[in-house]
Design a protein around this ligand. Structure first.
Ligand SMILES: [Zn+2]
Length: 384
């Protein structure tokens, strides 16, 4: 089975001051186009009850480029991608509406909320040449190559972050680097107190710097709101806030990567619960720890890394994983505050989350048609 692996590679750009001004202009115009296209959709709906499609809007790009030279100066794929993003936001909005949720209506993008533009086809408007990134109508940009790009670049995204400009290549056909089989499997569960716990009872703690970083973030946020709009001091505070955001985000990503790598080195298959994190976040008891943990983000990283390493991540539907006894299957109802599983039927006493992680492993193995093997004994090969 050889699947085509996709992976993204991100590098810092070293634009000249002039290139930087051009990049800012492109970003600004993309944002303007996004907001204009959104307004067009809203107006068409309000006045005539008609929906404007992405393709209708795309067809109008030609006129736009003919009438406004500043848009003619932007590669057509970049503009098409702006409309595609808007369309995606709309689709997501209607999908969530159909699911009975209460999504926020697609909103206008302020200067701080529109950060990037994309060339949807590598080689068409954006390509590499002699280790420079060549963007049509922008120029040759120097790149800080922190690691090699692997596979075939498919799309190129240029983004502005708190500390400068970055380029991201989304690549296909990235060669897999399979790890040697270990013969071990495990289930993992979101811990309330810890980041996760495995079926063997190994806990991964939430890193302390989350809290510290968040305190800094809150402080930076307050500073921004205290300062007068439009003032120089406020702009400075906003810059500070953006850097604080970036730090927290990077620390989190780094923690997720390390945790995923550690799990994948030791297990051929990892079972986890298919949580609707959004729903859990609404539960106030769980809110802090779940959103902190960024469980969904972690799962994405775990799955991507697993694909590259030839490992397996299996999601199982959540069903009584906390309540059931992992030893005998008896349902032992527990309130959220009960930290320990005590089985009145077989006498098993276990940490609440560890019991859940074991149940997740059984459920996953059953899904795959493997006999559930009690986690305590699962130190040997499961075959497959
Ligand atoms: Zn039991």
């Amino acid at each position: 089975m050889s699947e085509s692996l996709r992976k993204s590679y991100k590098y810092k750009l070293k634009p000249t001051p002039e290139q930087e001004r051009t990049l800012e202009l492109v970003l600004w115009r993309c944002r303007t186009l996004y907001n204009t296209a959104l307004e067009q959709r809203i107006t068409a709906w309000e006045r005539r009850r008609v929906s404007v499609s992405r393709y209708q809007q795309e067809a109008e790009l030609k006129d736009l480029r003919a009438d406004f030279p500043e848009y003619a100066a932007i590669h057509s794929h970049v503009l098409q991608d702006v409309l595609a993003r808007l369309d995606k936001t709309y689709q997501a909005f209607f999908r969530r509406l159909a699911d009975g949720e209460k999504p926020g209506f697609p909103r206008f993008q302020g200067a701080n909320r529109y950060h990037s533009f994309t060339y949807k086809e590598y080689g068409n408007g954006a390509r590499l040449d002699n280790s420079y990134l060549v963007l049509s109508k922008i120029g040759r940009l120097a790149v800080r190559w922190s690691r090699p790009v692997e596979g075939m670049p498919k799309t190129v995204t240029v983004s502005q972050e708190a500390d400068g400009w970055y380029v991201m290549f989304s690549c296909a056909d990235v060669p897999a680097q399979p790890l040697l089989p270990t013969g071990h499997e495990t289930g993992i569960d979101v811990g309330l107190k810890v980041f996760l716990i495995t079926a063997e009872g190994d806990a991964v703690e939430n890193p302390r710097h989350y809290r510290r970083g968040e305190k800094k973030l809150a402080k930076a946020q307050r500073r921004v709101s205290r300062r007068k709009k439009g003032s120089h001091r406020r702009r400075k505070a906003v810059g500070h806030l953006q850097r604080a955001h970036q730090t927290v985000q990077r620390q989190r990503q780094d923690f997720h990567h390390k945790t995923a790598l550690h799990l994948l080195r030791e297990h051929d298959t990892i079972y986890l619960e298919d949580l609707r994190v959004a729903n859990m976040v609404r539960n106030p008891h769980l809110a802090k720890s779940i959103s902190d943990a960024g469980w969904a983000a972690f799962r994405t990283i775990l799955e991507a890394k697993a694909a590259c390493a030839g490992r397996r991540v299996v999601a199982v539907p959540p069903a009584y994983t906390t309540q059931d006894c992992s030893g005998c299957g008896t349902r032992i109802p527990k309130s959220l505050s009960m930290r320990t599983h005590v089985c009145t039927s077989c006498g098993l006493v276990l940490d609440r989350d560890e019991n859940a992680a074991r149940n997740i492993q059984w459920a996953g193995q059953a899904l795959r048609g493997l006999a559930g093997i009690p986690a305590g004994m699962n130190r040997e090969s499961v075959g497959l």
